[in-house]
Design a protein around this ligand. Structure first.
Ligand code: AHG
Ligand code: MN
Ligand code: MN
Ligand code: MN
Length: 333
């Protein structure tokens, strides 16, 4: 059988059962095209002079890397004229981005983390881009921040791309999880990982252990039990990984299972976590759930949180069902 490109996959899906409207298909195609441009810059690295600091800061209080800014610009440019989004929001921009008056507006709100794991750029370790697509509320022609504040359960599509040894695009629109590998010579994403599933149980976890002393008691207890290995209550040895790119960690979990944790941190009690609900928490929770895994903030399903601001933070525990159930259970006690 001939190869199934992303375009063909989307068109066939659109025909099959009407779950993928034409304008949403177009949005995903546009996003995929933009990610090829980001991939090009990421790959060129020092040859294109794109490594290092941009010299600016973002609303998250982070120093921006040049590639954070480049990726954000590429995504705005690629999507503003296509007619699918009504507005966009990004980790790198304080306020929603409005479609310039000369272009038509569409029905969707496009949210993104233009470059996830950007501390890894200069050391040549995998980074990615994460998207969340929401529907613009009916009758709204100039979406405000409040129109973006929808729980993750209302997402209609979410792709992420991973710029690693292979460049991949993985997506769900509520119909399972499908992975595509970029064929650089042909310039197209090809279906290589249909129906990705997170194994229910695992022996692998991911957390930044250097913060252990700042975690809440349930997380300390859970990780201590993992570290106790065969002698502890879990009765098995666990392995640990920490890439520092959530997109790469989620991709590993989709491929071979595991649990990823970025808990709340006592250093900043006002912050419910480090990662962003709208650009990281919700889309990654949805794709993990769609693959049979589970994702909570320790206390509740991430996707059911009612956001109160665009750049809201959240603690995240996505991964294999068995592990997420245990750590969530410890929070309830
Ligand atoms: P971003 O690069 O988009 O700001 O996100 C980085 C996030 C996430 O990808 C990763 O898991 C985490 O920050 C790493 O944090 P530490 O540096 O604290 O380990
Ligand atoms: Mn950042
Ligand atoms: Mn990120
Ligand atoms: Mn980012």
């Amino acid at each position: 059988m001939s190869r199934i490109t992303l375009s063909r996959f989307l068109i066939e899906q659109q025909r099959r059962d009407g779950t993928l409207p034409a304008d949403l298909r177009l949005l995903i195609e546009t996003v995929a095209r933009a990610c090829k441009a980001i991939n090009f810059s990421v790959n060129k690295g020092a040859l294109a002079g794109v490594l290092g600091e941009a010299g600016t800061g973002n609303v998250q209080g982070e120093a921006q890397k040049k590639l954070d800014v480049i990726a954000n610009d590429v995504l705005l440019d690629a999507n503003e004229w296509g007619g699918s989004p009504a507005a966009m929001a990004s980790e790198e921009m304080e306020l929603p981005y409005h479609i310039p008056g000369e272009y038509p507006k569409g029905e969707y709100l496009l949210l993104f983390d233009p470059l996830d794991g950007s501390s890894n750029i200069d050391v040549n370790i995998s980074v990615g881009t994460i998207f969340s697509v929401l529907r613009c509320p009916a009758g709204v022609s100039h979406p405000s921040e409040a129109d973006f504040l929808q729980p993750g359960t209302t997402q209609v599509a979410m792709p992420y791309t991973l710029y690693g040894p292979q460049t991949m695009l993985v997506l769900t629109f509520g119909n399972g999880v499908h992975g595509f590998t970029l064929d650089r010579e042909f310039g197209s994403f090809v279906l290589t990982h249909p129906d990705m599933r997170v194994p229910e149980s695992t022996k692998e976890f991911a957390i930044n252990m250097s913060n252990m002393r700042h975690w809440e008691a349930p997380v300390q207890r859970y990780v201590n039990e993992l570290l106790a290995g065969t002698d502890g209550p879990r009765g098995k040895d666990f392995n640990m990984r920490w890439v520092a790119s959530m997109v790469a960690e989620v991709h590993r979990i989709l491929t071979r299972g595991g649990i990823f944790m970025y808990p709340r941190d006592a250093r900043d009690p006002a912050k419910p976590g480090k990662l962003r609900l709208m650009y990281e928490g919700n889309p990654m929770a949805w794709i993990i759930e769609q693959a049979g895994g589970m994702a909570t903030n320790g206390y509740q399903r991430i996707m059911e949180i009612q956001p109160s601001k665009l750049h809201e933070r959240v603690a995240v525990f996505p991964g294999s069902r068995e592990e997420v159930e245990i750590v969530t259970g410890y929070h309830a006690k």
